[in-house]
Design a protein around this ligand. Structure first.
Ligand code: HEC
Length: 207
């Protein structure tokens, strides 16, 4: 008489029991889901709130600081003239030594490559001498005899740094509002950097 293959039967038996258990678990998981899941944690059935399951919770008051938020005020209006809303902004900082030092750091880090460490115009990036062509236009002087700062209000310069100019990149990604204003504070300590507002062409006493 042939001896039954006990070893094989044991293996197949164990596989059958295991398979049935697995199947039961899989069924439970796909139908009942959490909290009966032990190891079938997937993205489909988790404790996370699902889309549209509950209304979005509003953020508690004060979580998003908007004290220095000024929107995307561009320095110019679509017609190219100075944006009065940008022009009217004033430096909110107390320009003590610490603020000026911070501004100097910001200027030398982000501005000097194009406007030179002296702010007189030609920095390493805009130096097109000896046939080098690095930046499409020559460096623009911010201070000194032909400097732009004499013609530009703090607010206009703020908007230029924050949102960029015709060719100048925006720096809102790198500099906080505080840093931008401290850079402006620093620039105003350099020679020939004081803003001289344009004389109004019409007004009292005329005509
Ligand atoms: C990649 C080169 C580059 C960098 C870096 C750069 N600028 Fe400029 N900047 C320019 C160019 C080009 C102009 C002139 C054209 C324009 O206004 O876009 C300019 C113009 C200006 C003006 C004059 C705007 C006017 O209309 O009179 C000011 C002020 C100024 N930049 C300040 C800064 C400050 C402050 C920084 C650092 C945060 C800075 N720039 C960084 C290229 C640069």
């Amino acid at each position: 008489m042939v001896k039954p293959p006990f070893a094989h039967m044991a293996v197949y038996g164990a596989l059958a029991i295991g398979g049935a258990s697995y199947g039961t678990w899989a069924l439970v998981n796909s139908t009942v889901g959490y909290p009966y899941q032990l190891w079938f944690i997937d993205m489909m059935d988790s404790t996370a709130v699902k889309a549209y399951e509950q209304p979005m919770r509003t953020l508690p008051e004060g979580v998003v600081s908007r004290t220095s938020y000024r929107g995307n005020i561009d320095r110019a209006l679509p017609d190219g003239t100075v944006n009065p809303a940008a022009d009217a902004l004033t430096n909110p900082l107390t320009l003590d030594d610490a603020a000026i030092k911070k501004g100097e750091w910001g200027y030398q880090t982000y501005c000097a490559p194009c406007h030179a460490s002296t702010a007189l115009g030609v920095g390493p990036v805009t130096d097109n001498s000896n046939g080098k062509k690095r930046f499409p236009i020559p460096g623009v002087a911010l201070v000194g005899a032909t400097g732009a700062l004499k013609l530009r209000s703090d607010g206009y310069v703020y908007a230029t740094i924050r949102n960029g100019g015709a060719l100048m990149p925006a720096y809102s990604w790198a500099l906080s509002d505080q840093e931008i204003w401290s850079i402006i504070g620093y620039l105003r300590t350099l020679p020939e950097s004081t803003y001289v507002p344009p004389v109004p062409t019409t007004g009292a006493g005329e005509g």
